[in-house]
Design a protein around this ligand. Structure first.
Ligand code: GTP
Length: 621
């Protein structure tokens, strides 16, 4: 590694909207630099998309990937490609990986142009002072319109058209110019071998045998195998047992020096010890920590329960292991009377939640149920403010709520890019989701194809965590792109609906008057009737009939907003008593009444777990 001082190192990232060809370009770069021999480099092999689920869904996320390449130009260069995810949910990971880079390729599909995603990532990169190299991809396609897209880049970002590269990652055309631009335009990292060791931990992965593997960017000094290092954040000390680079597989090296990016293993057993943004240093030579990263902010919460309650321990262990590779998930234990023991997980967004669930199912063979997603609300009491991410913890209207001054919900500033013919549909969609401050402006005039419009508005986050993406895509025939950023909290008129399966006569059955916790929902006042009715109908369908009548009610506080009645199933206890005496029949009926009365006392509605699973799995989607 001594062959590579800072001057010949380039640390960069590729930022692109989903499907604009990031993985294809990464593969090309890896192929061109001879990092993977051409023979072994099949057309379908994508080095960056390692996980099965990522490949299936065609998205790159979680398990941040690093690839070091050695490029022979007029001299030998070490190029470190730090992969970033391509979806709004992962904007946190984007900024995390950009922190270890000095430059970024802004890859834009020349047939589609700039998408909402490219805008936010571009701004993050620019704020960090990264050198941006604009690259238009897919110029081999007949519908590519490079001059129009270049003009778009110029008007939106002030990019000089002369700097825009045109390539086809698929055919390889122009990719060599990308390598040249990386070397010529991106500044090398800075740092000194003579300073004490200072390394940024920017990601971690979990290895079954070696424990936590951390990805580090050495800022100063040298990181060697056998070093005693310490974490600025926890003060814990470790011994470095392995140092290496990702080339693209792990290749152990003797040491890493300033500007270099690689992995270390250091007998860290728990993933919780590897703090993203932490500064590592020699155990006996403390340094000033680098400005830390913001902690991940979970914006979507959902309960995860095992279908078979006995599987809880196994599920919890699987979740714990998965979070080793995806540290942005927050975990809390949760128990529900209906679903048993489970975990409440916090995700960055709904796609993140989906991917996590799929990974749980694929990699850990877990049979799980996920409750409807919710967002974190701020409940402001007279004397304190509480963040509530679980509907169960929401104040009741008649109880603690009397002290509640205000409930606020998280808002986002949304931007939607769409061809103008879909503008009306997009506006309708936004208004139906309680949009505010709606505004739009045209990005280009659109000569051959229709003009593109950028629509901005503020929306409550809760309105986009369910089916907003699906709606957006289907109402715009797939053309709309969407991105959002945090816009703080805003007061809201929210109520909680308990789906109460109560029995008129047997109130004691309600487990001390407690409603069915797993079905609590937080909804907006304007839709309480509608949602109440739909849910009650759903419950009516899935709950099996009992020996007695069961009113199924949706209540807001003490107010019942919807009701269905599950009629009683009367077992015919006199069946088979043909002939015989009328009084004998009567006696049996009397007995039945008596036993029903006993049932009243112990009060029990037979609500099979499956019924909940049915309801929750249909509403969660
Ligand atoms: N015609 C053409 N197709 C391309 C080119 N580059 C990529 N593609 C295709 O575009 C699709 C998406 O490419 P990917 O490389 O998987 O896109 P990505 O940006 O990595 O996608 P995410 O990982 O989901 O962000 C694939 O079907 C590629 O074959 C190109 O230069 N020309």
């Amino acid at each position: 590694m001594t062959e590579f001082p800072c001057e010949v190192i380039r640390n960069f990232s590729i930022v692109a909207h989903i499907d604009h060809g990031k993985s294809t370009l990464a593969d090309r770069l890896v192929g061109l630099t001879g990092t993977i021999p051409k023979k072994a480099f099949g057309a379908n092999q994508q080095v960056l998309d390692k996980l099965k689920v990522e490949r299936e869904r065609g998205i790159t996320e979680s398990g941040l990937t690093l690839c070091s390449m050695i490029y022979h130009s007029h001299q030998k260069y070490l190029l470190n490609l730090i992969d970033t995810p391509g979806h709004v949910d992962f904007s946190w990971e984007v900024s995390r990986s950009l922190a270890a880079c000095q430059g970024a390729l802004l890859l834009v599909d020349a047939t589609q142009g700039v998408q909402a995603q490219s805008i936010s990532v571009f701004h993050i990169a620019r704020e960090r002072g990264l050198k941006i190299i604009p690259v238009l991809n897919k110029i081999d396609m007949p519908v590519a319109d490079p001059s129009r897209i270049t003009a778009q880049l110029q008007s939106m970002f002030g990019i000089d058209p002369a700097e825009v590269l045109q390539i086809s990652a698929k055919t390889g055309r122009g990719v060599e110019t990308v390598l040249q631009a990386i070397i010529e335009r991106i500044p090398p990292p800075s740092g000194s071998v003579h300073e004490p060791l200072k390394a940024l931990l920017f990601d971690s992965q979990y290895d079954r045998y070696r424990g936590v593997i951390s990805l580090v960017n050495v800022m100063n000094g040298v990181m060697r195998k056998g070093d005693r290092i310490a974490s600025c954040h926890t003060g814990k000390k470790y011994e470095v047992t392995e140092v290496g680079i990702m080339h693209p597989e792990e290749v152990p090296v003797m040491h890493l020096q300033p500007g270099q990016v690689g992995y270390i293993a250091c007998n860290m057993k728990e993933s919780t010890e590897a703090h993203v943004g932490d500064t590592l240093h020699q155990a006996n030579v403390p340094v000033d920590p680098m400005p830390g990263f913001q902690p991940t902010k979970a914006m979507v919460y959902a309960g995860v329960f095992p279908v078979d309650t006995n599987d809880f321990i196994k599920l919890e262990e699987s979740i714990r292991r998965l979070t080793l590779t995806d540290r942005s998930v927050t975990i809390q234990r949760e128990s529900s009377t209906a679903l048993g023991q489970g975990c409440r997980l916090g995700f960055l967004g709904t796609l993140h939640m989906d991917v996590f669930r799929q990974r749980l199912e694929d990699e850990y063979d877990a049979n799980i149920i996920i409750t409807a997603p919710t967002v974190p609300y701020k409940v402001i009491y007279r004397d304190q403010t509480v963040i509530v991410s679980n509907p169960t913890d929401f104040p009741d209207e008649w109880g603690t709520a009397s002290h509640v001054r205000e409930v606020q919900e998280p808002m986002v500033k949304a931007s939607i890019l769409v061809p103008e013919e879909y503008l009306g549909d997009m506006m309708d969609l936004c208004f139906s989701r309680r949009a505010d401050d709606l505004d739009h402006h045209y990005l280009d005039s659109g000569t051959s194809t229709s003009a593109r419009v950028m629509l901005t508005c503020t929306l409550p986050l809760s309105e986009i965590v369910t089916d907003f993406f699906d709606q957006l895509k289907s109402r715009s025939s797939g053309y709309a792109s969407f991105d959002y950023e945090d816009a703080g909290y805003k007061a809201s008129d929210l109520v909680k609906v308990w789906m109460i399966a109560s029995i008129k006569l047997f109130m004691t059955f309600l487990l001390n008057g407690k409603p069915v916790d797993a079905l609590a929902l937080v909804i907006h006042r304007s839709v309480e009737q509608k949602i109440g009715r739909t849910w009650v109908k759903k419950l009516h369908k899935v709950i099996p009939r009992q020996l007695f009548e069961v009113p199924i009610q949706a209540a807001v506080g003490r107010r019942i907003v919807a009701r269905e009645t599950l009629s009683a199933m009367r077992a015919d206890v006199t069946a088979g008593l043909y002939g015989g005496h009328y009084e004998r029949k009567l006696k049996h009926l009397e007995n039945q009444k008596e036993s029903k009365r006993r049932m009243k006392k112990i009060g029990n509605v037979d609500l099979p777990q499956n019924a909940f699973f049915d309801i929750l799995s249909t509403t969660a989607k």
